[in-house]
Design a protein around this ligand. Structure first.
Ligand SMILES: O=C(O)CCC(=O)C(=O)O
Length: 291
């Protein structure tokens, strides 16, 4: 059984931090036991079963894919899980905010992919190092199920030119893809058992292939910022305090949802999505299925 990296009391060692900054990613990190990961998977699947056709204003997939932490207590439970935050602090420092949680599912034997991209291409962030993604597996993430691939050291690039396809089979908001081809041998497969996560830098080039396995591939992409992070041009954005302190000019804070899809959180959801869409979809010539 895979143990993952050897942490020091749940915290990254100096050489693990150095590896993150050198490579632009770090994995596999165990943050939950099998029972906990299975429970989170069941909780998500219960939400899917109960809410798929339950009259939500937007498709259920939008709430799962974009800012789930605003309306789903489960997303906050995962995003504020201490073992994840202990590792994240090793990269972002002690003052951490939860920026977003996305449930990224690929059904068994489906063709959905994530084209090779850099996360920060369209996010309008004021700096590139004070944000990262923790990607947690809730089912086996393998080459067959469509795990992510990272390109080592690619975070040392600036934001590269991306092209948007708006392809229905692409899980990304604009179907965006970097305009250069990535050779197969430059891809590092990020295989993770349930309960393990990877960390990646916002400029790391990454993507994932189709799920040709018999199980669903269920991942949770959790984006964290340090409270030092500002949006470019002073644009407003939102985050939930997770660790340490934040300032008056940090992202605007809000509370975790009191209940699944409750009225207050649904109102806030629309406000945040509308504000963020102005930046995420700037310059796009089509609308997105999720923004
Ligand atoms: O879930 C995937 O396959 C890709 C996720 C991704 O692009 C991300 O977390 O930034």
């Amino acid at each position: 059984m895979l143990d993952g990296l050897n942490l020091e009391n749940g915290h990254l060692t100096q050489s693990q931090k150095d590896a993150y900054w050198d490579d632009g990613y770090l994995f596999p990190i165990k943050v939950a036991d099998t029972a906990q990961a299975a429970q989170w998977r069941r909780d998500l699947q219960t939400i899917e079963a109960n809410w798929l056709d339950n009259g939500l204003p937007l498709p259920l997939n939008t709430y799962k894919r974009v800012n789930a932490q605003v309306v789903m207590p489960l997303a906050c439970e995962i995003g504020l899980h201490d073992p994840i935050l202990d590792a994240v602090e090793g990269i972002l420092g002690p003052n951490v905010m939860l920026y977003s949680v996305e449930f990224l599912t690929k059904e068994a034997h489906t063709k959905h992919v994530v084209t090779m991209h850099q996360d920060l291409a369209y996010w309008g962030m004021g700096d590139m190092d004070n944000i990262l993604t923790a990607w947690l597996a809730l089912s086996p993430a393998t080459t067959a199920s469509g795990c992510m691939d990272f390109v080592k050291g690619s975070h040392k690039n600036e934001i590269l030119k991306h092209e948007d396809s708006f392809d229905e089979l692409n899980l990304l908001s604009r179907g965006q893809e970097i305009a250069v081809d990535v050779a197969e041998e430059d891809k590092v497969a990020v295989e993770l058992p349930p309960g393990f996560m990877s960390l990646h830098h916002g400029l790391t080039i990454h993507g994932s292939g189709p799920n040709v396995s018999d199980d669903r591939r269920i991942g949770v992409a959790i984006r964290y910022i340090s409270s030092k992070m500002r949006k470019a041009g002073g644009v407003k954005d939102y985050a939930i305090p997770a660790r340490g302190s934040y300032g008056k000019d940090s992202f605007q804070t809000y509370d975790q949802p009191k209940a699944l899809f409750d009225a207050d959180s649904m109102k806030l959801y629309d406000e945040i999505r509308t504000e963020q869409a102005k930046v995420m979809m700037a310059g796009a010539d089509k609308s997105s299925a999720i923004y």
